[in-house]
Design a protein around this ligand. Sequence first.
Ligand code: NAD
Length: 459
Amino acid sequence: MRHVVSYAYHEVLNPATGQVVERVRATTAAEVDEAVALAAQAQRAWSAASPADRARLLRRFAAVVDGHLEELAQLEVREAGHTIGNARWEAGNVRDLLDFAAGGVERLSGRQIPVAGGLDITILEPLGVIGVIAPWNFPMPIAAWATAPALAAGNAVLLKPAETTPLTALRLAGLALEAGLPEHLFQVLPGAGGEAGNALVEHPGVAKIVFTGSTRVGKQIMEKSAALVKRVTLELGGKSPNIVFADSDLEAAVAATPMSFLDNSGQDCCARTRILVQSSVYDRFLDLLAPAIESIVVGDPADENTQMGPLISQAQLDRVRAYVPDEPKGIRGSAPDGPGFWFPPTVLTDLAPDAPAACEEVFGPVAVVLPFDDEADAIRLANATEYGLSGSIWTRDIGRAIRVSRAVAAGNLSVNSHSSVRYSTPFGGYKQSGLGRELGPDALTAFTETKNVFISTEA
Ligand code: NAD
């Protein structure tokens, strides 16, 4: 009798229209098993290849991505609703990450440590097969943050994209083969978190999990990984402050505020969604902010003039709506109605600091404004959260900028700017925003194990 297997499929919807873009078959746990075995085989050959050859192949991968930037960007607009400008930047970021990681392959050196009676060296060895579990909010860059350095350090990568956004990841796997990367070294396994994702977490052949997503799922993954003492890097949620002091260039602070929480429709772990403003300039700040929010162009993400697109899904729209009262106090922008998952830019005022919208991650175009009295009060409010991912400090006083940067418990701060992420600088969270760091000069080291070898000179 023939054994009939029925597979699950995920529908990828265009968030701007609600229309189906593609149906993608979900990877089963048994297929994850097969993928791990093939990846382990490919990894052995890859780590044995000369560093110069590995670097050359990664540069070629970067060049092939560069040749497909527009295609990848258009795909991101269709599956994730990102504005075309952002999507182009994201595709370029994948190319840059591959180039940056390729530059590290031949510089990944151990150390020679002075000891008595011999020679002591450390060797940085690849971990083996790395499982990367990515979210839907920045499908391309976040997949590449882990994939590029992991491959560069001599590992194989199994990438599980989010259910809603597998298409750019699948295309990147095709481009890797086109560039000449060995078969099975970088595989994309679309599927459900609870099945394909969980199979990676529980598989003894997967040496490390790099998870980016919600704090809730991150905790479950950490707990399950403990059973195997599996390495984890966790990039989780955020509720980041934007601290505006009265001594700042207020016009500049206001001008930068809208996109600090509206970029990617607020579906950004670094979104500055708690706007803390010194009481003496609070009213003036809101007066200046209102026209800036009201004039944000929300609409078709494929249009070059659009500043903000839709939310990813109906579920996300429902979640965001639940945080906003029917008649909110504050500032409201506009959004299209009709099909698609639209929510207007929203700034809430007159909320208690412990109101859900003021302390939980909304992951939508919603910020709260809270007044503070002095520097100590600003620091207290900024740190009054379980998260610690990023934050901004607006002041002209250099001493204050340094004091507050030291006092705010977050991994990525910016002064007089909202910048958070560069591939050349480290990124990651304090407290419940995560564990470990990605990107930056040490990105490759996070995918290695340090072996210490002592060679006696006395024998
Ligand atoms: P999510 O936790 O629901 O899902 C993330 C990924 O984990 C998806 O691929 C999903 O399929 C998978 N997953 C779900 N359950 C799983 C399980 N039991 N085992 C293994 N894998 C599982 O998060 P999301 O809603 O896709 O993403 C939004 C969240 O991501 C937000 O909280 C946001 O702050 C966070 N995020 C963090 C960063 C960062 O760098 N710190 C960056 C982007 C997004």
